[in-house]
Design a protein around this ligand. Structure first.
Ligand SMILES: Nc1ncnc2c1ncn2[C@@H]1O[C@H](COP(=O)(O)OP(=O)(O)OP(=O)(O)O)[C@@H](O)[C@H]1O
Ligand SMILES: [Mg+2]
Length: 244
């Protein structure tokens, strides 16, 4: 493993607990989770339904605050930040991809990918170049830009969603079941896209039910009942990426 992957973690969770309360019912979704992600790693989080994967991803992605514990982003104690500063950190340093793509169907592909750049006050011409760069990075081309998302295949739509997640050049890319709605062939292309982005310097975290997808990553963490119960290096040699 290259030395850069061994340095100070980009994200660190220390003794993190997350409790959800609905009336008198409480669910302890994360129980004393200690977890580190290093720069330029590509990791998978696996576990059964309800085990706490999305809750964990929400902590890593600074989308929600833990009930107890500490979260560091690049050494910064993020729970000390006010909501506005935290949102700004999240919007500039993190990119999100979801199972259902979450694209806006009445907007073109170009407009969808451009969305995160608009509040940043980036000039139009620069935005246009950033959008095209992002589309090319996910293996798309100029012909995609004027289409509506529903004029593309599922795998292509997910790659547009990935382009939207990376257009602002985040450090970390987080994906929750990104291949869950895709057929096998499209899933492979999407996995390959994540691996290419990782090679280009992005840190990538993928929640997945699919062992074949997980085996393409550097490392697999297994979560059960809110606890990380296992952690192992994946068997890349056996992975589907060699069969793409
Ligand atoms: N907003 C919420 N309010 C109350 N309970 C919640 C909330 N979100 C999640 N939970 C509970 O916390 C636990 C972990 O949920 P989480 O969504 O993290 O699981 P998951 O591993 O992502 O599951 P899946 O594979 O089905 O997406 C579950 O018991 C769930 O019911
Ligand atoms: Mg989930």
């Amino acid at each position: 493993m290259p030395e850069t992957k061994q340095k100070k973690p980009i994200i660190q969770l220390v003794d993190v607990y997350k409790e959800y309360r609905a009336g008198t019912i409480s669910t302890l979704a994360l129980k004393r989770v200690n977890f580190q992600i290093h720069r330029e790693q590509v990791i998978a989080i696996m576990g059964p339904s309800g085990s706490g994967k999305t809750t964990l991803l929400n902590m890593i992605g600074l989308l929600d605050r833990p009930t107890k514990g500490k979260i560091f982003f690049d050494g910064l104690d993020v729970l000390r930040l006010d909501d506005k500063t935290l949102a700004n950190l999240r919007n500039t340093k993190l990119g999100f991809v979801f199972q259902t793509f979450n694209l806006v169907n009445r907007l073109s592909v170009f407009e969808n990918v451009e969305l995160p750049l608009i509040p940043r006050g980036i000039p139009r011409g620069v935005r246009a170049k950033m959008v095209l760069d992002a589309i090319i990075k996910v293996g798309g081309d100029e012909s995609w830009l004027s289409k509506k998302p529903n004029q593309l295949s599922g795998g292509q739509q997910q790659r547009v969603a990935i382009a939207r997640a990376i257009v602002g050049k985040p450090v970390v890319l987080l994906a929750d079941e990104p291949t869950g709605n895709l057929d096998r062939a499209s899933a492979k292309v999407v996995v390959k896209t994540f691996l290419n982005l990782n090679k280009a310097g992005h840190t990538v975290v993928v929640v997945t039910h699919d062992p074949e997808v997980a085996n393409c990553m550097d490392k697999i963490y297994v979560i059960r009942d809110g606890e990380i119960i296992d952690e192992y290096s994946s068997n890349k040699a056996e992975s589907l990426i060699n069969k793409v």
